[in-house]
Design a protein around this ligand. Structure first.
Ligand SMILES: O=C(O)CCC(=O)C(=O)O
Length: 294
């Protein structure tokens, strides 16, 4: 059987005919931006089984301007100051972004060292505020387990979806880890300070249906999301339910920013590739979303 080889992935797959390579980003941890599949004549077909409409090449909006001081602060709080090469490369090139229906996706923003450093902070966070299985107002348990940090945490139960100033245990939420505040400053300079960092944990089979983030009082403020661990298939639609959507895989270290007209875009996670990352020993995906609540 003829095969096409995607050199970037180093795998051979059955040849299913000429189809565009959808491998746009994410395949390697590349400080400073994504790499593309170079097998233009023999494109990889790895995503065929997944069938999402992936963001295409034309959607790459290239490096975006970053505040270098914010970048250095982030590198320092993540303990990367001793590795200035990486920070300097980012400072020179700027991270590249992808426009997914107005949502800014920044692939590979945190390298594996930075991810491990952040994970350490998250372990302390979860020890102080354990993950909870919330339920919908109708009483259906959510598959994603959650906790939070900051002045507020998002909760849900028979009383509805809302922000609460305490963990369901009655304890105050722990503070938002400094690297996440630095990440916010880097990605959305000029925005108000985040008041909540929602921590979503996706175990095997967990998903999040399409929804809008609209429990916050000031919808002009952005939402910043960071993914760690297993890949998650992120879907984005418009600002009204229904209509076309587009998807891309979010990988460990990728960030996404919902801002401007896309602040109220419907979005969700169709599924995760359980075990696709080695960041978490037992598998799973963590997503952190930083929000201004009041
Ligand atoms: O897990 C994700 O990537 C999305 C999380 C999300 O949509 C949310 O917390 O509102």
């Amino acid at each position: 059987m003829p095969v096409s080889t995607c050199r970037a992935w180093g795998k051979t797959e059955p040849d299913a005919g000429p189809l565009p390579c959808r491998r746009t980003v994410h395949d390697k941890e590349v400080p400073g931006g994504p790499r593309r599949c170079r097998a233009a004549r023999n494109p990889c077909r790895r995503n065929l089984a997944d069938k999402p409409i992936f963001a295409g090449t034309g959607d790459v909006i290239g490096p975006f301007a970053v505040d270098h001081a914010a970048l250095v602060a982030l590198a320092a709080t993540l303990g990367l100051a001793a590795r200035p090469g990486r920070a300097l490369r980012l400072m020179t090139e700027g991270p590249a972004a992808l426009d997914l229906k107005g949502v800014r996706i920044v692939p590979g923003l945190l390298d594996p060292t930075a991810q491990a450093a952040l994970l350490k902070e998250l372990r302390a966070l979860v020890a102080a505020a354990p993950l909870v299985t919330h339920s919908t107002p109708r009483g259906k348990p959510l598959s994603v387990r959650m906790t939070a940090a900051g002045r507020f945490g998002w909760v849900s139960d028979r009383k509805g979806y809302r922000y609460a100033d305490r963990h369901p245990s009655g304890r105050e939420w722990p503070p938002i880890p400094q690297p996440l505040l630095d990440l916010w400053a880097l990605l959305v300079p000029g925005a108000r300070a985040p008041e909540c960092c929602l921590v979503n944990f996706y175990g095997e089979g967990a998903r999040m249906g399409l929804h809008q983030d609209r429990d916050e009082a000031d919808l002009t403020q952005p939402v910043v999301s960071l993914s760690l661990g297993d890949d998650g298939l992120f879907r984005v639609g418009g600002t009204v339910r229904g209509g076309p959507t587009r998807s891309c895989w979010l990988r460990s270290g990728d960030a996404a920013v919902l801002e401007g007209p896309a602040r109220l875009a419907f979005h969700g996670v169709d599924r995760i590739r359980f075990g696709s990352s080695t960041l978490l020993r037992d598998g799973g995906r963590i997503n952190l979303t930083l929000r201004v609540v009041t």
